[in-house]
Design a protein around this ligand. Structure first.
Ligand SMILES: OC[C@@H]1[C@@H](O)[C@H](O)[C@@H](O)c2[nH]c(CCc3ccccc3)c[n+]21
Length: 448
């Protein structure tokens, strides 16, 4: 018995601009915060940068041809804001517009539907110089950038995603400090996260005002959060961590309010006075779908040395892990999808990212990545159970990632692609998982 998906389920692949494009000084592109951050000694493993990456900027036609061979219905990628507005605002860079029109036309020719992410962390440096997302005016700049993209590309884009993972950009970029712009300040982090969500709402509003036929949503990083054991302290800590990681970002958009339990703890330390009247109405504009990026589950133990959410991540002994050290836990995906349905109702969901890093090597022109095939197979089974048994309104899946690419602070060591990239020659090599996924797409299901 094969594992069958509903008719019309959309199979896709995903990438992001800074991670694959390269050509950072070409086509009129302005500097982004990731150009600045990756060129600071010590920030990125092996001193890697996105200067060349997969050189997708020059090789996009070959990459689209590979996607066509793969047979996917849809392709999620991000537009680099500093290619459209080199200074963040002001004059539009026509060369940048032309690059994305060329890409969109190649996808259209190939019969592949684009899902375009407006912001996947590569903020124009000029805006960062004026405070970045700490500055409420960056939300206005984002709405102008979004409007320009709708106007220039709207005829070729059926699906828009405002933001990729506001939690990661806010917390890893402004609290934990391991991502651009490399800050370590919780109050700043919460102000950034609010302005990210506000800009999302403003961009949705503009989309509706233009009366576009396309659909629009937002993509969240997410994880199902489990208490380390049955103690009430661990359960409370898991609740607060879930509030910090998930509810803080999902609730304002889908319920129109911040979660009280974690909000009151933050307010004990500082006023959340960056939240202005009317902001939550703007943020909670109706959206057409929600994107879910799931990779692993999270286990939390009570730890009162951790401020605000009093919990720290603990690792399950002897768990199966990917090359990122992330636990392979497919049931956590089903759990998280069900939680979303139960808390937010049954709005359409897409898995906008899922996949795994593995230590892939090329051997006589082939890459045996059976571990990745096993990871994907088990997550597809969990998705299918969520649809068939839990009634989750899951409409599609974007595999992270189409190509091996620049894995942020980890550089190029971590390979997530179903297509291997030789960074010396930029040659692409189809991994075994490429052929396996090609079959899944063709059959709309798994051989059991
Ligand atoms: O790490 C693999 C990919 C990145 O290459 C993508 O650019 C980014 O969108 C992305 N997000 C995640 C998950 C991040 C996460 C952090 C903390 C909690 C839950 C999820 C994994 N990935």
């Amino acid at each position: 018995m094969t594992v069958q998906f509903p008719k019309g389920f959309e199979w896709g692949v995903a990438t992001a601009s800074y991670q694959i494009e390269g050509a950072v000084h070409e086509g009129g592109r302005g500097e982004s915060i990731w150009d600045r951050f990756s060129h600071i000694e010590g920030n990125i493993q092996n001193g890697d940068t996105g200067d060349i990456a997969c050189d997708h900027y020059h090789l996009y036609k070959d990459d689209v041809a590979l996607m066509k061979e793969l047979g996917v219905k849809t392709y999620r990628f991000s537009i680099s804001w500093p290619r459209i507005f080199p200074n963040g605002t002001g004059d539009v860079n026509e060369e940048g517009v032309q690059f994305y029109r060329n890409l969109l036309e190649a996808l259209h020719e190939a019969g592949i539907e684009p899902a375009v992410t407006l912001f996947h962390w590569d903020l124009p440096q000029k805006l960062q110089d004026k405070g970045g997302w700490l500055n409420r005016e960056t939300a206005d700049a984002f709405a102008t950038y979004a409007k320009t993209c709708y106007e220039r590309f709207g005829d070729l884009v059926p699906r828009w995603i405002t933001h990729n993972e506001p939690f990661v950009h806010a917390f890893l970029g402004h609290y934990f400090g391991e991502m651009a712009p490399g800050m370590k300040d919780l109050r700043a982090t919460l102000q950034v996260s609010h302005h990210l969500l506000l800009s999302h709402g403003m961009a949705v509003k503009v989309h509706r005002e233009l009366g576009l036929q396309s659909e629009i949503g937002i993509t969240y990083s997410t994880s199902s959060v489990y208490p380390a054991n049955k103690h009430v302290k661990d359960k409370e800590a898991a609740e607060l961590y879930d509030g910090m990681l998930n509810k803080w970002f999902f609730d304002p958009v889908l319920l129109g309010s911040y979660p009280e339990d974690i909000k009151s703890r933050y307010e004990e330390a500082f006023p959340l006075d960056f939240i202005q009247d009317g902001d939550l109405d703007t943020i909670s504009q109706r959206i057409d779908f929600c994107g879910i990026n799931y990779y692993f589950r999270t286990i939390i133990a009570y730890d009162n040395t951790v401020p605000f959410w009093n919990g720290r991540e603990v690792q399950k002994e002897h768990a199966e892990r990917t090359a990122m050290g992330w636990e392979v836990y497919p049931d956590g995906l089903r759990q998280r999808l069900l939680e979303c349905k139960e808390r937010y109702g049954n709005l359409p969901l897409y898995i906008t990212e899922n996949g795994c890093a593995a230590d892939d090597v090329v051997n006589e022109g082939k890459v045996d990545d059976s571990f990745r095939i096993s990871y994907l197979d088990r997550h597809f089974k969990a998705m299918q159970e969520a649809i068939e048994q839990d009634g989750v309104n899951l409409k599609g899946y974007y595999l992270w990632s189409f190509l091996d690419n620049f894995e942020w602070a980890y550089g190029y060591d971590k390979r997530f692609g179903i297509v291997y990239v030789d960074y010396e020659t930029l040659q692409r090599v189809k991994k075994d998982s490429f052929y396996w996924y090609q079959q899944v797409v063709k059959e709309n299901g798994l051989p059991s």
